[in-house]
Design a protein around this ligand. Structure first.
Ligand code: GDP
Length: 343
């Protein structure tokens, strides 16, 4: 846990050097919390990609606090900013609950064995164990969407590594049938992870790939099926229609499918990530976000904007290019790593 926190903290260095340091400078001066200061805080948060709504919420809370006399100086202001940031990111405050896959994947053999109890993190039930209440033995299906270059394939690879290592049988489906390179990259990750890959010829219908993949995953007892999809932006409407069809074909096999639709967003794109997210969430529904490349950007404040504006939880963050550089998103750890204070 300490290692993961350190990695997260290190990955946020550029963002801390950016708007967080500016905020420290603004708040560090011995000044009353008045309208002028609040405006400076507002401008700093907006420049840090925190987004209009999240910024309004934080500044509104500071204004109220100052009026009531509860926020009377920099320390109290910081404490309140941290509290508001945590509340913004807390999945319990979002409209959309954590998806069933997140819950299902939150249990499993190795952690359970290690912990010596029935609850652990991140794994499927042990071989021979009966599924939990309300769970069937069918594979869990994660559909992964996002525009090209955001880190979709890499994230799928990291997820495959993690779950294969934890003893799950993982099947990857190459649903971007247009770009040969996408399928090849996925094949490399599958090999690395010891996962299986299902691919069809170039130009094949992605819905047919998804259909076959689910049939194979179910017939052969896979625990987890992760379906990659295309992400070409220039023909956005075709892409969205294609994704909708993939969803429909899966839902025909089981109305509960897909269990999770993960939208991958690249933090370095800042507010662009927000507009991409709107396109995908409105058109096909998204149950969770993965925000990649936190390590390469000063725009990690965008996570606050995403949570507030979309009401969809961030499930994972990418903190590097390596196989282990994907972390479960923990709002408390994120706020501590970004703004200081205890996790
Ligand atoms: P895709 O087109 O969405 O499938 O994107 P890729 O998975 O091919 O990733 C695009 C680039 O981003 C690659 O060079 C990845 O190594 C890199 N990348 C993906 N995730 C991360 C991350 O969390 N941090 C960093 N620094 N690079 C990442």
């Amino acid at each position: 846990m300490f290692g993961a926190f350190k990695k997260l903290r290190d990955s946020l260095a550029k963002t801390r050097d950016g708007f967080v340091r500016s905020l420290e400078t603004v708040l560090g001066r011995e000044r009353p919390i008045d309208e002028e200061l609040l405006e400076e805080i507002e401008a700093t948060l907006l420049a840090g990609d925190v987004g209009v709504r999240a910024t309004e919420r934080i500044v509104g809370a500071l204004r109220d606090g100052a009026r009531r006399g509860a926020v009377d100086g920099p320390d109290a202001a910081w404490a309140l900013i941290r509290r508001e940031a945590r509340a913004l990111l807390d999945p319990r405050n979002l409209a959309e609950p954590a998806g069933p896959v997140a819950r299902h994947l939150a249990r499993g053999p190795r952690d359970e064995a290690a912990a010596g109890r029935g609850q652990g993190l991140g794994l499927a039930p042990p071989a021979g164990a009966s599924p939990g209440v309300g769970e069937s033995a069918r594979p869990r299906v994660v559909l992964v969407v996002g525009v090209n270059g955001v880190g979709k394939t890499t994230t799928i690879g990291k997820l495959a590594m993690r779950h294969a290592r934890d003893g799950r049988r993982v099947l990857l489906a190459a649903g971007d049938t247009f770009r040969a390179a996408a399928g090849e990259q996925l094949a490399l990750w599958a090999e690395r992870a010891g996962a299986e890959l299902i691919r069809q010829e170039k130009g094949a219908d992605p819905a047919s790939v998804a259909f076959d993949a689910y049939a194979r995953a179910r017939a052969r007892g896979f625990d987890l099926l992760v379906i990659d999809t295309a992400g070409r932006l220039h023909t956005k409407s075709n892409l969205i229609e294609e994704l909708k069809k993939v969803r429909r074909v899966l839902a025909k096999q089981d109305p509960a499918l897909p269990d999770e639709v993960l939208l991958i967003l690249d933090a370095t794109t800042g507010q662009n990530a927000l507009s991409q997210a709107r396109t995908f969430t409105e058109a096909i529904g998204v149950t969770g976000l993965v925000v990649t490349k936190l390590d390469g950007t000063s725009k990690a404040g965008v996570l606050l904007a995403l949570s507030e504006e979309l009401g969809i939880p961030v499930k994972y963050v990418g903190v590097g290019e390596g196989p282990d550089d994907l972390e479960d998103f923990d709002p408390d750890a994120f706020v501590s790593a970004l703004l200081g204070g205890s996790a």
